[in-house]
Design a protein around this ligand. Structure first.
Ligand SMILES: CCCCCCCCCCCCCCCC(=O)SCCNC(=O)CCNC(=O)[C@H](O)C(C)(C)COP(=O)(O)OP(=O)(O)OC[C@H]1O[C@@H](n2cnc3c(N)ncnc32)[C@H](O)[C@@H]1OP(=O)(O)O
Length: 296
């Protein structure tokens, strides 16, 4: 571990942000306050606010109702120095499905609007696309700290030591230099650094958190763009996710991401998340704003 202000176990960041303070609750709505851990940048990571919203929503449903989908818009940037005020409207509880709407506000303005649905039911038709073959095992790939942890730069240090997930790139990462090959796919393994003993709904919230890190890389890779390119402006605009099957957040998960389209300063990423045994556990779609000076 480098000499940084970051926690010895970065997964503590996830444990901390998912602990919300309940402010109020009745049968129609519930309110919570969430926090952002120390970071150098002023904008809140979108995955964090999504995860906090999903945990808040899950507090209002019965324990046998499992998150199966969420859809959200990132409306304004979050302010990392201020608390996040989270309001959950309990839209409907049916016999099988419960629908919730969540708004997160700061400075009296909405920064995130999220709708999600929980279900208690099983059976029915079953199929899924197979996991791609030939992806290197994560134990043979370096952690991000081995790639950028030695760089004396706050962004590199945060990347190496201030993320709750161990993320390993199946292709060459594009942090500092463009990947050797322009490819339409971005593939990473991910898991928490240390075991987390959480309910399926909190695990789903954690997966939503992790899914926001790399999905737009599928867009950037197509154009040989690096994260360290100056003057670029990249932000998640919306995010949708479907949860298909149970999984453990502390076991390796393969996130296979592709970009079917980019245009008008927006790029679309679509991702599938598999267990290491090849079960498809979630599907992700995100559109991002991607402003690059060389394309103006
Ligand atoms: C070794 C080191 C490696 C380091 C390696 C690090 C790797 C590190 C990987 C991280 C990977 C994580 C990936 C996280 C991805 C999220 O989580 S991002 C966080 C979640 N998303 C958000 O916070 C987005 C929230 N939404 C928004 O902020 C607004 O909707 C948007 C996206 C800015 C768009 O709104 P807008 O209508 O353009 O907004 P507006 O206020 O009019 O303008 C905002 C700015 O855009 C400019 N603008 C507006 N329109 C235009 C235009 N047509 N053309 C140009 N500029 C325009 C405005 O002038 C303004 O600029 P400023 O005055 O702020 O300079």
């Amino acid at each position: 571990m480098a000499n940084t202000p970051y926690p010895d176990d970065p997964t503590d960041i996830l444990r901390d942000v998912l602990k919300l303070e309940r402010v109020d609750a009745d049968e129609h709505a519930s309110t919570f306050v969430g926090h952002t851990p120390p970071q150098t940048g002023g904008r809140v990571f979108g995955g964090q606010v999504m995860a906090q919203s999903l945990v808040a929503a899950s507090h209002s449903v019965d324990a046998d109702r499992f998150l199966h989908s969420m859809h959200c818009y990132f409306i304004r940037p979050g302010d990392a120095t201020q608390p996040l005020h989270i309001t959950v409207d309990h839209h409907r509880d049916g016999r099988s499905f419960s629908v919730r709407h969540v708004e997160v506000t700061q400075h009296d303005k909405v920064i995130l609007s999220l709708t999600c649905s929980f279900q208690t039911e099983s059976g029915g038709v079953e199929h899924h696309e197979p996991m791609p073959e030939g992806i290197p095992h994560p134990d043979r790939l370096p952690p991000i700290s081995a790639l950028v942890g030695m760089i004396d730069d706050p962004a590199a240090q945060e990347l190496a030591y201030n993320r709750p997930f161990d993320i390993r790139y199946a292709y060459e990462p594009m942090f500092l230099r463009p990947a050797a090959e322009k490819v339409n796919r971005n593939i990473v393994w991910m898991k928490t650094f240390t075991p987390v003993n959480v309910s399926p709904n909190v695990a789903a919230a954690g997966l939503a958190y992790a899914s926001d890190y790399t999905i737009l890389e599928s867009v950037l890779r197509n154009h040989g763009v690096t994260w360290s390119q100056p003057d670029k402006s990249v932000a998640s605009l919306d995010h949708a996710m479907w949860f298909h099957r149970p999984f453990n957040l502390d076991d390796w998960l393969l996130f296979v991401q592709e970009s079917p389209s980019a245009q008008s300063a927006r790029g679309l990423g679509i991702g599938h998340i598999y267990t290491i045994d090849g079960d498809l556990v979630a599907t992700v779609a995100q559109e991002g704003m991607i402003r690059l000076p060389q394309y103006d």
